[in-house]
Design a protein around this ligand. Structure first.
Ligand SMILES: Nc1nc2c(ncn2[C@@H]2O[C@H](COP(=O)(O)OP(=O)(O)O)[C@@H](O)[C@H]2O)c(=O)[nH]1
Ligand SMILES: Nc1ncnc2c1ncn2[C@@H]1O[C@H](COP(=O)(O)OP(=O)(O)O)[C@@H](O)[C@H]1O
Length: 205
C-alpha cells in the first residue's frame, strides 16, 4: 500500500465521455477513488443523491464555501459545483488515487494549490461528434446543448495547460489510455523511493 495517493484531475467538455471513462477506470484499476462532487443543479432522471452528485441548495453550498469545506469550487453554466475537501484528503492519506472530474476553472484552482497533481484533458474527435453525444444523452434542451457547445470551444483551448490529452474517439482505446496514464504515473521513480530502499535494504539511495 502506497503512503499517499495521487490526485488526478479529469476535465473536458460536457458530453465528451468523462463520466463514462472515469467509471471504466474505477472498475478496472484497484485503489482508485472517484470523488463525488456537490452541486446546486437539479438531478437528472436516474441520478441519485450521494452517488452521482451530492445535491444541495444554493444557500447550503454558499455556507460550505464560507466554511472552507471545498477543495475547489466553481460556477459552471448556471450552477455551483465543488469538491468536498475532507473525503479527498482522507482517501489520499489511505494511499488511494483520487479522481476529480471537474471543469477547467476548478482544475486551475487545484493546479495552483496542488501542482503535483496529474491533469488529464478529454477532448472529442470533433465538435460535430460532441453535439451528437450531448443530444444522444437526451438530458439537455436545445439552449442547453448550444451553451455547452459554445463553452466546449473555450474549454478545448485550456487543454494546453494539462499534462495529458485523450481524444475520446474509440471508447475502448480512450479507456485504455486513461488506465495507462494512471498506471504509468504510479511507476514513477519519485513515487517509489521508499519501496526501492526497502527492497535493497539500507537507507541510502
Ligand atoms: N469545478 C468543478 N466542476 C465540476 C465539479 N463536478 C462537476 N463539475 C463540472 O461541471 C460541469 C457540468 O457537469 P454536469 O452538470 O454533470 O453536466 P455534464 O458535463 O453536461 O454532464 C462539467 O464540466 C463537470 O466536469 C466539481 O466538483 N468542481
Ligand atoms: N468514445 C465514445 N464514442 C461514442 N459515444 C461515447 C463515447 N464515449 C462516451 N460516449 C457517450 O457519450 C455520452 C456522454 O458521455 P458522458 O460520459 O455522460 O459525458 P460527460 O461525463 O463528459 O458529460 C454518453 O451517452 C456516452 O455513452
Amino acid at each position: 500500500m502506497r503512503e499517499q495517493g495521487m490526485l488526478i484531475v479529469v476535465s473536458g467538455p460536457s458530453g465528451v465521455g468523462k463520466g463514462t471513462l472515469c467509471n471504466i477506470l474505477v472498475s478496472k484499476v484497484e485503489d482508485v477513488f472517484l470523488s463525488t462532487s456537490a452541486t446546486t443543479r437539479l438531478p437528472r432522471p436516474g441520478e441519485l443523491d450521494g452517488v452521482n452528485y451530492i445535491f444541495m441548495s444554493h444557500e447550503n453550498f454558499e455556507d460550505k464555501i464560507k466554511k472552507g469545506q471545498f477543495l475547489e469550487w466553481a460556477k459552471v453554466y448556471t450552477n455551483y459545483y465543488g469538491t468536498p475537501k475532507d473525503v479527498v484528503i482522507k482517501k489520499l492519506s489511505e494511499g488511494k488515487d483520487v479522481i476529480l472530474e471537474i471543469d477547467i476553472q476548478g482544475a486551475a484552482q487545484v493546479k495552483k494549490n496542488y501542482p503535483e497533481g496529474i491533469f488529464i484533458f478529454i477532448a472529442p474527435p470533433s465538435i460535430e461528434e460532441l453535439e451528437k453525444r450531448i443530444i444522444k444523452r437526451g438530458s439537455d434542451t436545445k439552449d442547453s446543448v448550444d451553451l455547452r457547445l459554445k463553452c466546449a470551444k473555450e474549454e478545448i483551448q485550456a487543454a494546453f495547460d494539462y499534462d495529458y490529452v485523450i481524444i475520446n474517439e474509440d471508447l475502448d482505446t480512450a479507456a485504455l489510455m486513461l488506465q495507462s496514464i494512471v498506471l504509468a504515473e504510479r511507476c514513477r521513480v519519485s513515487r517509489n523511493k521508499k519501496k526501492l530502499l526497502e527492497i535493497k535494504g539500507g537507507s541510502q539511495l
